[in-house]
Design a protein around this ligand. Structure first.
Ligand SMILES: [Zn+2]
Length: 174
């Protein structure tokens, strides 16, 4: 971004007082305004509408305001992925499914931009064979756990079915 670029969602306007005002721009669409309606919000600081005598100062203000919001958004996103306590009861539910079937709790790795859940390979109680590990990545712990739990559960369903068919074969005289 060059020094004179106005970030997306911002504008600078010059009013009758000859001052330049940095504003946030939002576009709304509705039945009454199918082409969209622009709303301009002056940027206030301590109840004062920010204004500058020179255009480039107003543009610079837009840039720093945009950077601030970007930073806030990033932190919010980080908190969401790292703490991810939005649905703790969902996480526990999925962890229990995985542990019930595999015998081990899944391992959770947190990254800057997501979460990886690792389910170690296990000897299956239903079919007696060894099932390889499962790894799923997602933005949040609950989503990664859900993906793992779904796969482990699906494999287990298949195994239980196979086990039932085998038992059936054993008890049914050929
Ligand atoms: Zn199995």
């Amino acid at each position: 971004m060059s020094r004179q670029d106005i970030p997306e969602g911002y504008a600078v306007i010059q009013l009758a007082d000859n001052q330049w005002y940095p504003v946030r721009v939002e576009r709304f669409y509705s039945d009454a305004y199918p082409d969209g309606l622009l709303n301009l919000y002056p940027i206030r600081l301590d109840e004062q509408e920010q204004h500058f005598s020179r255009r480039k100062e107003a543009v610079a203000y837009c840039q720093s305001d945009a950077a601030l919001w970007e930073d806030l958004e990033r932190r919010r996103y980080e908190r969401k992925t790292v703490e991810s306590n939005v649905y703790p009861e969902r996480c526990i539910h999925y962890q229990e499914i995985i542990q019930d079937i595999t015998g081990y709790p899944p391992m959770v790795d947190r990254f800057y931009d997501g979460v990886s859940v690792y389910v170690p390979g296990y000897h299956c109680a239903s079919c007696g064979s060894y099932h390889p590990h499962v790894v799923k990545e997602a933005l949040t712990i609950e989503d990664a756990l859900e993906a793992c739990a779904e796969q482990v559960y699906a494999v287990n369903e298949q195994c239980t079915l196979t086990g039932m068919v085998r038992d059936l074969t054993l008890v049914t005289p050929l």
